[in-house]
Design a protein around this ligand. Structure first.
Ligand code: GAR
Length: 193
């Protein structure tokens, strides 16, 4: 059983999609061991509580610097034996040390078709605002592995049309990983059929 740690900062609709996919049996080989929120009032925490999932707030300003903040997250994840880290609306860019420690073990959902509208400064609603402002006709969501380049890791799945796209491809990516159906070779994701 793949042990998942989910990092959140906001409403947690993507966390909910993963929880629902596990509870319905769509994802069979994985369980959420813990949810970490970087914001005290994140509704995502309520969602975890409602489903009896361990949860904790780890807040940057409670630590002397970013390194100590990331260490606290690492220690918590490691104490739960987490094997896959899911960034579900986690609004802090991870350090290179952190992404290297968990190479090919962190996935993120991003609200655009990468390489469009990604990189530092593009997150959450800001992406949607920019898409609307520029009159972009085709948009969507991307699930990718996380490396030291913001939104630059190997892409697992993409889906056009924003509406609910995230809530479909995020659980699908977790299912594929938990069933050992993808590998990363030369910085590219390969599906194992
Ligand atoms: C989602 O749209 C996700 O793609 C985005 O934040 C939102 C979180 O919503 N993530 C990023 O922009 C990361 N760069 P949620 O809390 O309801 O899942």
């Amino acid at each position: 059983m793949l042990k998942i740690g989910v990092l959140v900062s906001g409403g947690g609709t993507n966390l909910q999609a993963i929880i629902d996919s596990i509870e319905s049996g769509y994802i069979k080989n994985a369980e959420i061991a813990t949810v970490i929120s970087s914001k005290k009032d994140a509704y995502a925490i309520k969602r975890a509580e409602k489903h009896g999932i361990n949860n904790v707030c780890i807040i940057k300003k409670d630590y002397q610097n970013k390194n100590e903040f990331f260490n606290a997250i690492e220690n918590h994840l490691d104490s739960f034996g987490v094997e896959l880290i899911i960034l579900a609306g986690f609004m802090t860019v991870l350090s290179a040390e952190f992404t290297q420690k968990y190479k090919n073990k962190i996935i993120n959902i991003h609200p655009s078709l990468i390489p469009s509208f990604c990189g530092n400064g593009y997150y959450g609603l800001k992406v949607h605002e920019e898409v609307i402002k520029r009159g972009v006709k085709v948009t969507g969501a991307t699930v990718h592995f996380v490396n030291e380049e913001t939104d630059g890791g190997p892409i697992i799945l993409q889906k056009r049309v924003m509406e609910q796209a995230e809530w479909k491809i995020f659980p699908e990516a977790v299912k594929l990983i938990s069933e050992n159906k993808i590998t990363v070779e030369n910085n590219k994701v390969r599906r194992i059929l």
